[in-house]
Design a protein around this ligand. Structure first.
Ligand code: ADP
Ligand code: MG
Length: 390
């Protein structure tokens, strides 16, 4: 059992700057949780507070139900893997992996057994006598992982461990760490700024911005139901398109959405109940690139005619870029030979895949499954996703 719980955790530097703000998070035994967000959002600070490398300014951290605020790092039964592998250059791979056990006074035979076991898992058996300078970047990172594994800690903490590797190796190591998680059945907390890493590795993802948790969810739920515009824009590649506009009613049957009449999406009456509260209000419409469609199978989807500016074939898919009213849009469609710069094409949008975001201060209402919920708004997270039409 290794559960980690953060309750109202904050970090304040120099008595005033709050770089981590009221973080509440419960990580269950054997879970792989990823903290993701832009550089400077407080990911490393949060991780370092869990590790005990940083003092906790406010709140409480529990490991396996035990309050660890005042427990020294070495007594927390955790192992941390960093971006810069921090290997000792004068020691061999074996010695690097054995070092932590040696200072903890493990017996020689126990050390040998653990290092051999870990090196087998990581494919390092042939390299145990090499020094770090004779290893590739990927191999060095494996040694850093090995050093953590031999400790058999309750919790593994990773701080951007793959950032120093080239793109191909990063993808490879990503899968290896995921496999390692399954094999070791350990609780793992992984920090990255890379949303692809987060999406592919995490059982759950914690999205952070300015020291504040924006959303905690399974990858697919973050993607389908982002709770605010920041999460919507951060998760997904290419990023979601955003347009300012208004929801209006016309002839009592349609809802339309437009930017200076250039983009107008007529929505069916069945969405009326969901949109009623936002009638006439300024909202931000979000459309993911893959939710523009070249073909309209059922012949009843709202349509936008655009002039293609740039075409980027990616193989199966093609990215197309176009401009509406000065705003750059990206669409990701199935590749088609007809797609050429300057060609005029029709793109269809599925209303059920649209996201509406709405700014409001003070109290915020949003509708989910037709239920009106009133939230007291934290001003630092002042934008809420209002609604999807699904
Ligand atoms: P991340 O890992 O998400 O990139 P960090 O947790 O490293 O972000 O940093 C969060 C914020 O805290 C940043 O704005 C950073 O400049 C600030 N910070 C980190 N360490 C210190 C420190 N020792 N003193 C003052 N500010 C710090
Ligand atoms: Mg960091």
């Amino acid at each position: 059992m290794a559960e980690v719980e953060l309750k109202h955790v904050a970090k304040i530097y120099n008595g005033k700057i709050k770089v981590v703000d009221d973080v509440n998070l419960k990580i269950t035994d054997k879970e792989f949780v990823v903290l993701v967000g832009p550089s400077g959002c407080g990911k490393s600070t949060t991780l370092r507070m869990i590790a005990g490398l940083e003092e906790i300014s406010e709140g409480e951290i529990f490991i396996d139900g035990k309050l660890v605020n005042d427990v020294a790092p070495k007594d927390r039964d955790i192992a941390m893997v960093f971006q810069n592998y921090a290997l000792y250059p004068h020691m061999t791979v074996f010695e690097n992996m054995a070092f932590g056990l040696k200072i903890r006074k493990f017996s020689k035979s126990e050390i040998k057994q653990r290092v051999e076991e870990a090196s087998k898992i990581l494919g390092l058996d042939e390299l145990l006598n090499r020094k770090p300078k004779a290893l590739s970047g990927g191999q060095r990172q494996r040694v850093a992982l090995g050093r953590a594994i031999v400790r058999k800690p309750k919790v593994f903490l990773f701080d951007e461990p793959l950032s120093n590797l080239d793109a191909k190796l990063r993808v490879q190591m990503r899968t290896e760490i995921s496999k390692l998680h399954l094999k070791l059945e350990a609780t793992m907390i992984y920090v990255t700024h890379d949303q692809v890493e987060a999406m592919t590795m995490g059982d759950r993802i914690v999205v952070m911005k300015d020291g504040i948790i924006q959303q905690i969810d399974k990858p697919i739920d973050l993607y389908n139901n982002p709770q605010n515009k920041f999460v919507a824009s951060f998760i997904g590649s290419p990023a979601m398109n955003f347009i300012n506009g208004k929801i209006e009613r016309e002839k009592k049957i349609w809802y339309s959405y437009q930017i200076k009449n250039q983009l107008r999406i007529n929505l069916a009456k069945k969405y009326e109940s969901k949109l009623l509260a936002f009638m006439g209000k300024q909202v931000i419409l979000g459309i993911r690139p893959e939710n523009f469609l070249l073909k309209n199978a059922t012949n009843n989807l709202p349509k936008v005619t655009v002039e293609v500016e740039v075409v980027e074939p990616m193989g199966n898919d093609t990215f197309i870029y176009f401009n509406l009213d000065g705003i750059q849009f990206t669409a990701r469609v199935i590749s088609d030979d007809e797609l050429k710069p300057k060609s005029k094409i029709d793109l269809y949008v599925n209303p059920e895949k649209l996201h509406f975001f709405f700014w409001r201060f003070g109290k915020c209402c949003f509708i989910k499954n037709h239920i009106l919920i009133i939230l007291t708004l934290n001003l630092k997270v002042a934008e809420f996703k209002i609604i999807t039409l699904k």
